[in-house]
Design a protein around this ligand. Structure first.
Ligand SMILES: Nc1nc2c(ncn2[C@@H]2O[C@H](COP(=O)(O)OP(=O)(O)OP(=O)(O)O)[C@@H](O)[C@H]2O)c(=O)[nH]1
Ligand SMILES: [Mg+2]
Length: 304
């Protein structure tokens, strides 16, 4: 089945299965006139299983508790279960299951196809969906974990540029599982993936070390949260054969030049931790500049 046929099929499904979204636009025309002032958005990315969806649902819970407006958007065409109310859903446009079945693609090729389909439909689908939100709205995009999406495929870049044309200020929130800090080589490869997202997307960027409840000893964590480049280099040299010494030095210099060696820890057992992470992101996109934002420092010792 051709790409056009899939698009038509999804559009038909959307019209028949999701009348609510059409109804919203008709019922609230005044909202449309308020659009395009200034919106705020987080693009939540990171390796598969790094805790992106869990972060989104915890963020939703946190914002609900403090009375703050937030809308979580599912951008993963393969996602099935959600712990947050889904404000917008890519599966209304295209689903991985349909693509795999109809085009005979595997899960990764199918996902890339779905994301390209999204890219082709930014003007129609995304614009129409965004029209349901006003400048007061804060959107959080829960992305799939395929590294291609933020390394070399231009889909997310074009997606973000579309949001920016709609006057959204966007911050990349890159999650890295705390298990990456058990090994210096894993840590550097996680930094490299984050760096490629930085270069690819050119946006304000916050690195988060997720799953801190599973993190190893406290001393080891601190070494990686604010590591000294020289310490990282010496650990890397110890782990790798001597012929890699020059490459290791260049890698560490690169990571250091891009100020990559800085991660905000996220421990979902502590609400102060989520407050701190959110405050860092808000600062990046100047959200609530005029409001009185209270920031409490995340205290690592709080529950120790
Ligand atoms: N202990 C612990 N587990 C977590 C935390 N965050 C996520 N997990 C678990 O890690 C697994 C993956 O979490 P997800 O939130 O689905 O990760 P994801 O990045 O959205 O995964 P993909 O969308 O598949 O790339 C799940 O089993 C979660 O329950 C955390 O802070 N602590
Ligand atoms: Mg997910």
């Amino acid at each position: 089945m051709s790409r056009q046929n899939i698009k038509e099929k999804r559009n038909e499904n959307k019209r028949s299965v999701h009348p609510a979204s059409i109804h919203l636009v008709i019922e609230s025309p005044s909202k449309k006139t308020q659009i395009s002032e200034m919106g705020y958005a987080q693009l939540v990315i990171g390796p598969a299983g790094s805790g992106k969806s869990t972060y989104c649902s915890s963020l939703h819970e946190h914002c609900t508790a403090i009375g703050r407006n937030i809308n979580i958007v599912n951008l993963d065409p393969a996602a099935e279960n959600f712990d947050y109310p889904v404000a917008m859903d890519i599966r209304e446009l295209v689903s991985l299951e349909d693509v795999m079945e109809e085009l005979g693609l595997g899960p990764n090729g199918g996902l890339l196809y779905c994301m390209e389909h999204l890219e082709d439909n930014l003007d129609e689908w995304l614009t129409e969906e965004l029209d349901n939100y006003t400048d007061d709205d804060y959107l959080v995009f829960d992305c799939p974990g395929q590294i291609e999406l933020f390394s070399h495929v231009p889909v997310l870049r074009n997606f973000v540029e579309h949001l920016q044309r709609k006057n959204f200020k966007v911050c990349v929130v890159y999650l890295l599982d705390s298990q990456f800090i058990t090994d210096v080589t894993k840590f550097i490869s996680g930094c490299m993936a984050s760096l490629s997202a930085m270069i690819q997307l050119e946006l304000p960027h916050v690195n988060i070390l997720s799953k801190m409840d599973l993190a190893p000893r406290k001393k080891d964590i601190e070494d990686f949260l604010y590591p000294e480049p020289q310490v990282l280099l010496s650990e890397l040299n110890q782990r790798m054969a001597p012929q890699f010494a020059k490459l290791n030095k260049s890698l560490i210099e690169l990571v250091d030049d891009y100020s990559m060696v800085s991660f905000v820890p996220l421990d979902l057992r502590k609400s102060s931790s989520m407050s701190y992470v959110l405050a860092q992101i808000d600062t990046c996109i100047q959200f609530g500049e005029d409001a009185d934002v209270k920031v409490k420092e995340f205290d690592q010792d709080e529950d120790d």
